[in-house]
Design a protein around this ligand. Structure first.
Ligand code: CP3
Length: 344
């Protein structure tokens, strides 16, 4: 069995399998070259052949144990009929979902945006076979419904506390319940499509889970994730699901138990020893190297890697960052990390 799937199946490997969040991206010269030829980031995402090339780039260069599908979490809002654009240096912009009429218009069927991503999955899977990477796991993903709702209501990533969004969730719970429900339904359709097209595991990126305190966390992070897990598992009982509620802090182990995800992603602020104690060393953990440690390099990088490995001995562990790799990260530091993790 592929090493990532072994760990997701509960096995502890002597050398943890390794991949990096955002491993296909701007720190790679070969990514920047393809990106320059594309009209925009989204044009690259929806060119299935090119997107599959990008998916394979970090595998060819580094031999990571997983390839993550090249797409974006905002594919789901786009498929639901929201206008999405990326402006250089400003991040994503969306046509906001503001009222009941906007909610009624949201589209809940498969569509050309999702189909294009399924095509990327198929092509990526074929390339992994034909280029002789039989041990590399293909991971699909979607954004968490809460994170997508944050972007869809605010229309941008301007305020990372999402205060207007949170106030709306409290002031108008019917609106927010319906929105989350629709996003959850669309996400299940989308992840089902990815699974049918060949992904071998999926990750749910709930990047802004950390701003949802208490009530909102249970209602809009945990509950919809649990629904995604339940419905996907009914159809794909063996498909591993990695939950990554970034910034969940003390709520991470409760999330893991309540959602029944196969594994949890720990962000770089997570106390791994406490998490492992709370989870009883059974649930696979992915993470959690601070991406700025990788940016900095040097002996502190090696020490940080050793520390994480020591904290997770006798635990099913997938080595990863605690958030996406930074675009300025030197290739040499990634090579150093791979040597340190694999001991070669
Ligand atoms: O390599 C991989 O991990 C797979 C591809 C992937 C991308 N985005 C490609 C991408 C994945 C898994 C994502 C997830 C994603 N997208 C998240 C969740 C993870 C996280 O970082 O918290 C979020 C919040 C987004 C939304 C998003 N997409 C933002 C905020 C940005 C940055 C905006 C900017 O202007 O840089 C993106 C763009 C994006 N997604 C890039 C890549 C490689 C960079 C765009 C470019 O090449 O110009």
């Amino acid at each position: 069995m592929k090493s990532i799937l072994q760990v997701l199946n509960g096995e502890t490997l002597h050398v943890p399998p390794l991949w990096l969040m955002r491993q296909a991206g701007r720190y790679l010269p070969e990514y920047r070259a393809l990106r320059e030829q594309a009209k925009s980031f989204l044009d690259l995402v929806y060119d299935a052949e090119q997107a599959a090339e990008v998916t394979l780039q970090p595998i060819r260069r580094f031999g990571f144990d997983a390839a993550i599908l090249f797409a974006d979490i905002l594919v789901v809002p786009q498929g639901m009929g929201v206008d999405v654009t990326f402006t250089e240096g400003e991040g994503p912009k969306l046509s906001p979902v503001a009222n009941g009429t906007d909610l009624d218009r949201l589209f809940l069927e498969d569509n050309k945006f999702y189909q294009s991503v399924y095509d990327t999955v198929g092509r990526s899977f074929e390339k992994l076979q034909s280029e002789n990477f039989p041990d590399t796991t293909l991971i699909g993903f979607a954004g968490g419904p809460w994170t997508l709702a944050c972007y869809m209501v605010q229309g941008s990533a301007k305020d990372h506390d999402f205060e207007i969004v949170r106030a709306r969730a409290f002031a108008d719970p019917d609106f927010f319940d319906t929105l989350i429900d629709k996003i959850t339904t669309a996400t299940i359709i989308y992840l089902r499509g990815q699974a049918k097209a060949g992904v071998e595991a999926v990750q749910i990126f709930d990047s802004w889970a950390g701003v949802a305190g208490d009530v909102l966390f249970d209602r809009y992070v945990v509950a919809p994730t649990k629904r995604i897990v339940t419905e996907l598992r009914r159809e794909f009982p063996t498909l591993p699901i990695i939950g990554f509620p970034r910034g969940a802090g003390d709520r991470l182990s409760g999330y893991a138990v309540a959602t029944d995800v196969t594994a949890v992603g720990a962000d770089y602020t997570t106390d791994l020893e406490a998490l492992r104690r709370d989870l009883g060393a059974r649930l696979p953990i992915q993470g959690n190297l601070d991406p700025t440690t990788l940016l900095a390099g040097g002996s502190q990088l090696t020490n940080s890697i050793e520390r994480i490995r020591a904290q997770l001995t006798n635990t099913p562990h997938i080595f990863n960052l605690g958030h996406g790799i930074l675009p300025e990260t030197p290739i040499a530091h990634v090579e150093q990390l791979i040597k340190a993790v694999r001991g070669v």
